[in-house]
Design a protein around this ligand. Structure first.
Ligand code: GUN
Ligand code: FE
Length: 405
């Protein structure tokens, strides 16, 4: 048994966060058996981390692995021109398996250094590359093969038959670790989306896609699918909206659309850094909160320029400041437990409750006498990127050290 004597910040819900200034976490067989105020336990190896702070590992519910190398590259473009100019040519490189392997390894190394231990990842259209993304993965992940059978670039365009065939092969193999991934309505025929939904149901996989991110994108969807009242209705009629569906963005929507999201128990992932970078607009979180629609926050790398969830938490607080006050501990909840909850992993991970997997981050910072959970997190975010890029002293996944500064 291992015992960490340390300061602990442990989010319990959006409004509740435990704080133990002189706390202890006891780990046995990869799991947390105690988390609370410090006390002695017999037969334990004690690590004195009183000059450190422990928080749960981060959960990033929307990230594009093949965009890692071009993250933060925009030159003022918005969504649609950005995709065509920077993203699709970069994703096309994943036809080369050596490239896919190199980027995957770099990507996961960076994620672990930044403390992300739970993820919902986007691959590319390529079957072999998606297999590599699975095979090199050292953390808890759901991974998707992108589907595009219309309005794509020449290199990334698939036939409906092929996109369905590869999706089914991978769904059959990876089941609950797979996400059926139609890129977004503009690049997917209605037939491919309907088939995609059937595969997800048959193999009990997740579904992920983008929605209502940008006004030109929404106009395009209206033109392509004139029969439907809204973007949300396109996905609903294709049977893509389920309890295991995670939709990224959802910025510009009507109350009618929100009703469909609520009725189908669809989950939302909100990407503040990406929305700022691509000038997509502010997602009205107050409306989601009012309707009690579950959501988490995520990086959306490469539109999000950074894999650090501290970066996302900081942008999350800032972007909503005039509309809704979000505290640092609240933002930590959305970056950890809320993500685990929308993926249905809350019994296994997401915070430091007894019985859960020991997935945690030892931060290289010392709590001062009058510090609270909020002041500690606030100081980290305030000091900025150069500081929080190096804040993680050790990353512990399932009780095992997988990164050390
Ligand atoms: N919409 C369709 N594809 C993408 C993508 O790769 N990133 C973002 N942010 N939005 C998208
Ligand atoms: Fe995205």
């Amino acid at each position: 048994m291992i015992l960490y004597r340390t300061t602990i910040i442990n989010p319990i819900s959006a409004s509740k966060c435990q704080f133990f200034q002189d706390g202890a976490i006891l780990i046995k067989n990869k799991k947390i058996v105690y988390c609370g105020n410090y006390k002695k336990f017999p037969n334990t190896k004690i690590f004195d981390y009183r000059e450190k702070v422990i928080i749960p590992g981060f959960c990033d519910t929307h990230i594009h692995l093949p965009q890692f190398e071009v993250r933060g590259t925009f030159s003022g473009t918005k969504l649609l021109p950005w995709l065509k100019k920077y993203i699709w040519p970069e994703e096309a490189k994943f036809l080369n398996t050596n490239h896919a392997k190199k980027v995957s390894q770099k990507f996961y190394k960076d994620l672990i250094k930044n403390g992300t231990l739970n993820t919902l990842i986007w691959g590319t259209i390529h079957e072999k590359a998606v297999e590599i993304v699975f095979n090199t993965c050292p953390i808890r992940a759901i991974i998707g093969k992108v589907m595009m059978d219309q309005n794509s670039s020449k290199e990334l365009l698939e036939t409906t038959k092929k996109t369905i065939k590869i999706t089914e092969n991978l769904a059959k193999k990876y089941k609950q670790n797979f996400a059926v991934t139609p890129r977004f309505a503009p690049t997917c025929s209605f037939e491919s989306m309907k088939q995609a939904a059937k595969i997800a149901k048959k193999y009990k996989t997740y579904i992920q896609t983008h929605i209502n991110e940008n006004k030109d994108e929404i106009k395009w969807v209206k033109k392509l699918f004139p029969k439907f009242k809204s973007y949300t209705e396109v996905y609903q009629k294709a049977a893509l909206l389920t309890e295991k569906t995670i939709l990224a963005h959802m910025i510009h929507f009507t109350q009618e659309e929100l009703k469909i999201i609520k009725k189908t128990k669809t989950k939302i992932t909100h990407c503040p850094t990406s929305n700022i970078a691509l000038k997509s607009g502010r997602m009205p979180i107050e409306k989601l909160l009012q309707e009690k629609i579950p959501f988490a926050i995520s990086t959306d790398v490469g539109a999000g320029p950074d894999t650090s969830m501290f970066d996302v938490m900081k942008a999350f607080i800032k972007i909503h400041k005039k509309h809704k006050k979000i505290t640092p501990t609240e933002s930590l909840y959305y970056a950890t437990l809320a993500g685990a909850q929308i993926l249905g992993w809350q019994k296994q991970t997401g915070n430091l409750i007894k019985g859960k997997s020991a997935d945690l981050l030892i931060l290289d910072t010392k709590a001062q006498k009058n510090d609270t959970a909020n002041t500690i997190l606030q100081k980290i975010m305030q000091k900025g990127k150069n500081y929080y890029d190096n804040i993680i002293y050790k990353t512990i996944f399932q009780g095992k050290e997988i990164y050390k500064k």
